[in-house]
Design a protein around this ligand. Structure first.
Ligand code: ADP
Length: 484
């Protein structure tokens, strides 16, 4: 058995702000069939402490980066879970990264350095009787785990490290002054270390010190070598490209399966697509939409620049003029949310907007809308297009990152061959999004073609089986290298 310590700042179903939580939550089961035992380490936020039940103390720190802390041992479903319980860092109301107004906690550097430190202690065999072969750190919040591990005293039991980038836009960049409190040797403050543009970069430090780097799609793995996508880290990624690979996320069929989904009014398979009509009627009722002949689009997204929501907001009149409707669920930038609310007021019965985060409604939208719009400027993997494919809710997306890797565009050749699964467009501009909306309306008007798009998408295999096997192969490759 290969023992892996997976470290993340959120995990479904306990704490989730985005796709990272889904991945961290699904990985243990995904790699288990491939001879990997995965333990997940997360911070002890109130929601996680509350869900813990009978946790067992594993290790006490009198001083972990200046605070008292302990590692608690519990289970997440049938898999081992470790919780870094440090009340001074994690017991506070608000989100995982900031207060209830969305303002980042000023001590985030200490909170996530502590997480990394504890991860590295576990992975270097310093604590208790635990042994891990691999430390797998997700995003900047866990990336210091790899850095601390590389500066830890050499031990025969030290794990190899993997850093996965779920979104390179979030880097954990802090002032130089924090370096003195990290407990790293002075030489770690260097370009060959944790220094990043005159400060400290947590993701940079992890990417510099990791034995392997993964990101969540092959296209994004290539894109982040370029300045438009690398966001300052393109040079580092390019020089380390031999150890960079892309593994597309899977989806959990226990949660995302239209045949068994209890959040749907009516369940269905690719053979009973007509059942979707009942869900569509429920969406129309919930979003105050009048019935119509054109396609019902949905958006389930953070309402942000990354997701292209500013550009889409400018194309809503085009969408309505094409005879389509839109049901949008999301939260994000206040100014953009206001634009969507205004569009709903301008087009009563055609555009319905729900500002908020609601897991249940997101399922109903995938099961009832005809198409899901994903005009992201960049998209490391993207999950909503995978849910759309599985639910016969045809994805209409920009050709970037994981969207490019998982959707087959309905061009003439792909439609004729019966392999198309969605609509892809190049470049997030109003004109391109408008064209894509019009193309979608035209394809929707050809029922046989539309049904083929839906059925092909539902056939595609985006289960964790495939991705789990690839992560397991990566771990085992690193182990073989270490033992050689
Ligand atoms: P990201 O992680 O960049 O936000 P992903 O597509 O990878 O984008 O993952 C987003 C996840 O969050 C999906 O599971 C999606 O269904 C969910 N989601 C986003 N916004 C909402 C919302 N307002 N309500 C419910 N679920 C949402």
């Amino acid at each position: 058995m290969t023992e892996v310590l997976s470290v993340a700042s959120e995990v479904f179903p306990l704490v989730k702000t985005g796709g990272l939580a889904d991945v961290a939550g699904a990985l243990p089961a995904a790699v288990a069939p491939h001879g990997v035992t995965m333990t997940t380490l997360v911070p002890g936020y109130p929601a996680i402490r509350a869900a813990l039940g009978d946790a067992r103390p594993l290790h006490r720190y009198d001083n972990l980066l200046g605070v008292e802390a302990q590692l608690l041992e519990s289970r997440l479903g049938s898999f081992p879970l470790l919780v870094l319980d440090a009340p001074a860092l994690f017991q506070r109301s608000g989100g995982p990264y900031g207060d209830s107004h969305g303002v980042d906690w000023t001590d985030n550097w200490r909170r996530f350095a502590a997480l990394g430190r504890a991860a590295a202690d576990l992975a270097s065999g310093l604590l208790s009787d635990r042994h891990y072969d691999i430390l797998h750190a997700h995003d900047w919040q866990a990336a210091m785990g790899a850095a601390y591990l590389s500066y830890a005293p050499l031990s025969a039991r030290r794990a190899a490290s993997v850093v996965t980038v779920h979104n390179i836009a979030f880097q954990g960049r802090f002032d130089r002054a924090i370096f003195d409190f990290l407990g790293l040797p002075p030489h770690a403050y260097a370009v060959e270390g944790v220094e990043y543009y005159g400060g400290v970069g947590f993701l940079k430090a992890g990417l510099y010190t990791a034995d392997a780097i993964t990101t969540v799609s092959p296209t994004y793995a290539r894109e982040i070598r370029m300045p438009e996508f690398g966001m300052g880290l393109q040079g580092l990624i390019a020089t380390r490209q031999d150890i960079v690979s892309g593994i597309v996320n899977g989806i959990d069929p226990a949660i995302w399966n239209p045949q068994t989904d209890t959040d749907l009014v009516k369940r269905y398979t690719s053979a009973t697509l007509a059942n979707r009509k009942t869900n569509k009627t429920a969406v129309e009722a919930g979003f105050n939409l009048s019935p119509g002949d054109g396609p019902l689009f949905t958006v389930v997204s953070r309402i942000t620049w990354q997701k292209g929501m500013d550009v889409l907001a400018g194309q809503l009149d085009v969408l309505v003029a094409a005879g389509a409707r839109l049901a949008l669920l999301g939260t994000g930038e206040a100014a953009l949310e206001a634009q969507y609310r205004a569009a709903a007021a301008r087009h009563p019965g055609r555009i319905g907007v729900a500002i908020g985060y609601n897991e249940k409604i997101s399922h109903l939208l995938q099961g009832g809308a005809d198409a899901i719009l994903i005009p992201s400027r960049f998209e490391p993997c993207g999950l909503t297009q995978l849910y759309g494919l599985a639910y016969g809710c045809v994805p209409v997306a920009s050709r970037t990152g994981g969207l490019a890797d998982t959707i087959v565009d309905a061009n003439e050749a792909a439609v004729t061959a019966g392999v198309a699964t969605g609509i892809l467009f190049d470049g997030v501009t109003g004109e391109r999004i408008g064209d894509a909306i019009n193309r979608t309306v035209a394809l929707y008007g050809q029922p046989a073609v539309w049904r083929s798009l839906q059925r092909q998408g539902m056939k595609a295999d985006f289960s964790w089986q495939r991705s789990g096997a690839r992560y397991a192969a990566l771990y085992q490759g690193l182990l073989a290298r270490a033992q050689a």
